[in-house]
Design a protein around this ligand. Structure first.
Ligand code: PLP
Length: 409
């Protein structure tokens, strides 16, 4: 049986927002690295929860609370399956990628890092995978080291042996750069970290929306992502961690749900994953995230990846044909995001004119100032695609950029 063709027009019908207009023009949404739009399945799941199921979880004996708890834990299993986690005990719900990284950095500060230890980040990281580690270094007397990027926007893997050594305790690497779209050779980084006896945290914020993820095959110790960039709701995310590491790290926050026994003298903590989930969780967010991963699984991440690869290649080709475009980053492998500058035109000017044409792109530093500094620029225009984008939207972007060039010539 042959696979049915990817019916993008049919898929677009699942996303109500895509039929709206902006400034009287059809919306062309190419800011997916910032956040993806939500399919009806996610919106309906959240609304059904509040209309029919709302109750606090893990605490009540009444029907709504029991059903809610069951649904919440079933969602944990769905997320575990989506990322290939061996057990839902290793899946911690967070507010997003940022909180997941802070949780691990806090745990490392308290239980692992000593003065003179080293933390490695890369030159391609989002601020969320830099600042928490800087704070951890300051708290503990550890040193932050940086695996640089090449002028093309790839990781400089030939520097791995210089940067990762016996003092390295953790290596923090993004799977895919939000600023340039570079897909990093994460396996090579993990191998180098393993050889040095260091742990690895993979920032998967730009991975889960665009490619199949299997945390066991990946071989890292921690993997984090955000619901809202993966077609799910805002305010929910996931930290996956190996059970032995999660057992070793202390709780991030104290409160209800994360305890075993509390007296004024002493508290003992709950097991995994509750130990890291203090307070009332974002139940609607978690159920919405489950709907999102089920939606993605039904389409198939490989199929989505192939569709987006075609769009990215088409976008790069069309932009090159336009003339006057300087690509910022020409990585060996790219997913979703294409960053560029129009010669002589400030990115904000380009973004503002595009917006008047109904085209949403991102302009600026993309929360990755060190990437921009290394490139010697203030910012870029970034177009980032998702499963519902089309070649004709790339054509609209290029037509819009031509107008920008005419206006500013
Ligand atoms: N890491 C990467 C690679 C990102 O792209 C982002 C968001 O753009 C983050 C981390 C932070 O994600 P959040 O703001 O959802 O916590």
């Amino acid at each position: 049986m042959s696979t049915p063709p990817y019916d993008v027009e049919r898929i677009r019908e699942d996303f109500p927002i895509l039929s709206r207009e902006v400034h009287g023009r059809p919306l062309v949404y190419l800011d997916n690295a910032a956040t993806t739009q939500k399919p009806r399945a996610v919106i309906d799941r959240i609304s059904r929860y509040y209309a029919e199921e709302n109750a606090n979880v893990h605490r009540g004996v009444h029907v709504l609370s029991a059903e809610g708890t069951e649904a919440f834990e079933a969602a944990r299993q769905s997320v575990a399956s989506f990322i290939g986690a061996p057990s839902p005990r290793e899946v911690v719900f967070t507010r997003g990628t940022t909180e997941g990284i802070n949780l691990v950095a806090h745990g490392f500060s308290a239980a692992v890092l000593q003065p003179g230890d080293e933390i490695v980040v890369t030159g391609l990281e989002h601020h969320a995978n830099i600042v928490p580690w800087q704070m951890a270094a300051e708290r503990t007397g550890a040193t932050l080291r940086v695996l640089p990027m090449t002028p093309e926007g790839d990781l400089a893997t030939d520097a791995l042996a210089d940067v990762i050594g016996e003092r390295t305790r953790i290596v923090c690497v993004s799977h895919t750069s939000n600023a340039l779209g570079s897909v990093s050779p994460v396996a090579e980084v993990i191998e180098a970290a393993r050889a040095a006896g260091a742990a690895v945290l993979v920032d998967g914020a730009q991975a889960t929306p665009h490619a199949p993820v299997d945390v066991q095959a990946l071989g890292a110790d921690f993997f984090v992502f955000s619901g809202h960039k993966t077609y799910g709701p805002m305010g929910v995310g996931v930290l996956w961690g190996r059970e032995d590491w999660l057992d070793r790290l202390p709780p991030y926050q104290g409160g209800g749900d994360m305890i075993d026994q509390v007296t004024f003298e002493r508290t003992t903590f709950a097991g995994l994953p509750s130990k890291f989930e203090a307070g009332t969780p974002n139940v609607a967010g978690v159920l919405g995230l489950e709907a999102a991963v089920q939606y993605l699984t039904a389409i198939g991440m490989e199929v989505i990846q192939a569709h987006e690869a075609d769009l990215v290649a088409y976008c790069v080709e069309r932009l090159a044909d336009l003339g006057g475009v300087r690509f910022v980053g020409t990585p060996r492998q790219r997913a979703s995001a294409v960053s560029f500058l129009l010669e002589g035109i400030h990115p904000y000017d380009a973004g503002t004119v595009l917006d008047r044409l109904g085209i949403a792109v991102r302009t600026g530093q993309h929360c990755a100032q060190p990437v921009m500094d290394a490139m010697g620029i203030d910012g870029t225009v970034r177009a980032s695609v998702a499963l519902y984008n089309t070649r004709s939207e790339i054509d609209a972007l290029c037509a819009g950029l031509e107008q920008v060039q005419t206006m500013f010539s």
